[in-house]
Write a protein that binds this ligand. Structure first.
Ligand code: 4AD
Ligand code: MG
Length: 431
């Protein structure tokens, strides 16, 4: 018998095939049992008619519990009214394991109850759809850079110094060297890579001991960080918008069914086309003030401020040229206004807030040293990084996009905890 998957049924209409999976849902009425099977690729209604199977098989079908594992053999039929558009007329059914009482039932459960059972929750339709879209996003990230001459460049996870401030470091003992810190960003290593390969991207897990319980903060998240030699701030922004447009359009093309499961407003995603608006920090502050929010010039934006800025546009917006005090030590000082740094954040549309942070980097050795001292960072730990400004320093730029925040925006879901298989948050280390 030909074994296939639910996602491939469209190629087997009229044929007899075998499906292997788990029971998602079922109902029966007299001589018919309707088994909704899930096999990891989709859902399919399998119709068991009493006259087409043995007495034993019919009883077994009737008594299947939620998430029991089983296989079925039958004829594939196109059925537009059925979930997934196809049905199986069952001729043979085999039980693999009768599941114990499954804790996640079709009724509503609280979020903590579900999060404690994340290892099972990922079998649910919505969670499944989100993680399929996550995969699509990661695939398109790789595709984008691989097809544009970028080299994948892996940065270490154990590091001797901070990148994004010293308040969110996870510290761990490291033999005779004392302490190591889990990386907050691979950027500094990425800069070394850009000087060796021209254009690189770092892609891996990053860690922040964020003591904030918000819908946007994980302690462990994935970040993709391209870094390009001979790039300035404008070229960086050109790349950012081309990149984000590409990802969104790939998801629209390849994961439409999953977006529909999530009831995502597709027209909002279709609007994500270049060019994206570019405004300076000063212009962003004007927008916030016009809306009457109590924002003090010179601060970083909070979530409500980002929402206020984002609301004015139907596309992601790039906010550039920031007061240097708000931003990291490595950002290039603006030649026109030395109080400003050449940073850029991309705020997603629909009020989702920051998904990308980036900058043109300080390429002047003396100015960079000054910044390291200003930020009271241990000079010794950055000595290797300063070498990049000693030996053939060039203008260069890059950015980092958080995968989970991007998934949350594209899927239209509220909290980042549903955008990664096993979320790590303040207050959650299990399962
Ligand atoms: O703005 P951030 O801190 O920038 C950097 O780390 C730079 N070194 C990147 C670079 O230029 N190579 O972080 C970049 C992005 C944010 O815009 C956000 O999407 C995500 O990483 N991010 C988080 N996502 C989830 N939970 C957290 N705690 C996050 N912190 C940052
Ligand atoms: Mg940032």
């Amino acid at each position: 018998m030909k074994q296939t998957t639910i996602s491939d049924l469209k190629n087997h209409v009229g044929e007899t095939v075998t499906l292997k999976g788990w029971l998602y849902n079922s109902r029966h009425s007299g001589k018919l049992v309707f088994l909704i099977m899930r096999d990891g690729t989709g859902l399919c209604q399998c119709v068991v008619f009493i006259k087409n199977v043995s007495q034993e098989e019919f009883e077994s079908a009737k008594s299947l519990t939620q998430e029991s594992s089983f296989s079925v053999t039958g004829t594939v039929k196109a059925e537009p009214r059925s979930v997934g558009g196809y049905e199986l007329d069952v001729q043979k059914m085999e039980l693999v394991q009768l599941a114990h009482e499954y804790p996640i039932t079709p009724k509503e459960h609280g979020i903590e109850f579900l999060a404690d059972r994340r290892h099972l929750w990922i079998r649910s339709q919505r969670q499944w759809a989100v993680l399929k879209i996550r995969h699509e996003i990661i695939k398109s990230v790789r595709n984008f850079f691989d097809s544009r001459g970028f080299t994948l460049f892996d940065a270490p996870i154990f590091t001797p110094n901070s990148v994004e401030g010293t308040t969110t470091l996870f510290e761990t003992p490291y033999f005779d060297e004392g302490s190591a810190y889990l990386t907050q960003s691979g950027q500094l290593y990425g800069e070394a890579g850009a000087m060796a390969f021209g254009k690189i991207y770092v892609f891996g897990p990053t860690f922040r001991a964020e003591k904030s319980k918000t819908r946007r903060h994980l302690t462990e998240f994935w970040m993709v960080e391209p870094e390009m030699a001979y790039y300035d701030l404008d070229m960086n922004m050109d790349l950012m918008e081309e990149f984000v447009e590409y990802i969104v359009q790939q998801v629209l093309t390849n994961r439409r069914a999953e977006l529909e499961i999530l009831e995502r407003d597709i027209s909002k995603l279709e609007a994500v086309k270049r060019p994206f608006p570019r405004i300076s920090y000063d212009e962003a502050v004007e927008i916030i003030h016009k809306k009457g929010l109590p924002f003090e010039y010179g601060n970083d934006f909070g979530a409500p401020d980002e929402t206020a800025i984002g609301e004015d546009f139907d596309k992601p917006v790039m906010v550039h040229t920031w007061p240097k005090e708000v931003k990291a030590f490595y950002m290039k000082q603006d030649e026109k206004d030395p109080t400003k740094a050449k940073g850029v954040d991309m705020l997603a549309s629909e009020g989702y807030g920051e998904i990308i942070g980036g900058a043109q980097r300080e390429d002047n050795l003396d100015l960079l040293l000054e910044k390291i001292r200003e930020h009271q960072l241990p000079e010794e730990a950055y000595n290797w990084y300063l070498d990049l400004r000693r030996y053939g320093s060039v203008p260069h730029a890059g950015f980092g996009m958080g995968i989970e925040r991007t998934v949350s925006w594209i899927c239209g879901i509220h909290h980042v905890r549903e955008t990664i298989p096993f979320a790590r948050l303040m207050g959650r280390l299990k399962p």
